[in-house]
Design a protein around this ligand. Structure first.
Ligand code: 3PG
Length: 214
């Protein structure tokens, strides 16, 4: 049973920021990943939002064995199976369905499911999850919402994602129930279009310098 591998939270606790990535080619995935990992962000979430996503996961995992390559936008049991087969070390879903929770029990890849409300947190707990994505973070109440959830759910830990940037990240990382944050800000679309890998590396260095302060 691998709903959440015990080591998932330990791995993610050591990085302040998980880049949320959408790649249009494997070549682009390799360049961006090299810049991010070189800049100090070794945990990557490659989303299933483009046709090359599974190939990108395979290629990045093979090229950078020191990194922890996960898959994002995992919506179904079939997606979970596919990203596990591609070599993803963890999977992230924007929400949680009963079918996905069942699939996670038998999967070889740990799932970080998304929640945005108290009822969703309770359903995720019932399904065996203690480490959750809080999504969409800013639109769902942001830092005040996570502070409120800490009262009844002190045992839960979150990776908030959605609308977070380098300026907003510190207030999330200061919360006792936040392990790390996710975001796409470290990979601006215009930098990718220009092949400006140096800028992505600089943004990764800046993000990697953020620290958990609680
Ligand atoms: C996600 O899938 O987690 C979000 O799309 C990332 O959110 P952001 O683009 O606002 O950082």
């Amino acid at each position: 049973m691998q709903t959440q591998s015990p080591s998932l939270i330990e791995r993610l606790v050591n990085v302040p920021v998980i880049p949320v990535l959408e790649f249009s080619s494997v070549d682009e995935a390799l360049h961006v990943s090299e810049a991010l990992i070189g800049g100090g962000l070794p945990v990557l979430e490659i989303t299933l939002r483009t046709p090359v996503a599974l190939d990108a996961i395979k290629a990045v995992a093979a090229a950078f064995p020191q990194a922890c390559v996960g898959a994002g936008t995992v919506l179904t049991a079939a997606d979970l199976q596919a990203v596990g087969n591609a070599g993803a070390q963890f999977a992230v879903s924007p929400g949680l369905t009963p079918a996905l929770a069942v699939a996670a029990q038998g999967a070889g890849v740990a799932l970080l499911p998304g929640v945005a409300t108290a009822s969703e947190a309770m359903a995720a707990m019932e399904a065996g999850f203690k480490f959750l994505k809080f999504f969409p973070a800013e639109a769902s109440g942001g830092v005040p919402m996570l502070k409120s959830l800490y009262g009844p759910f002190a045992q839960l830990r979150f990776c908030p994602t959605g609308g977070i940037d380098v300026a907003r990240a510190p207030s999330y990382l200061a919360l006792p129930n936040v392990v790390c944050v996710g975001g796409s800000w470290v990979v601006p679309k215009d930098a990718v279009a220009k092949g400006d890998w140096a800028r992505i590396r600089t943004l990764a260095q800046e993000a990697a310098a953020l620290r958990k302060s609680a």
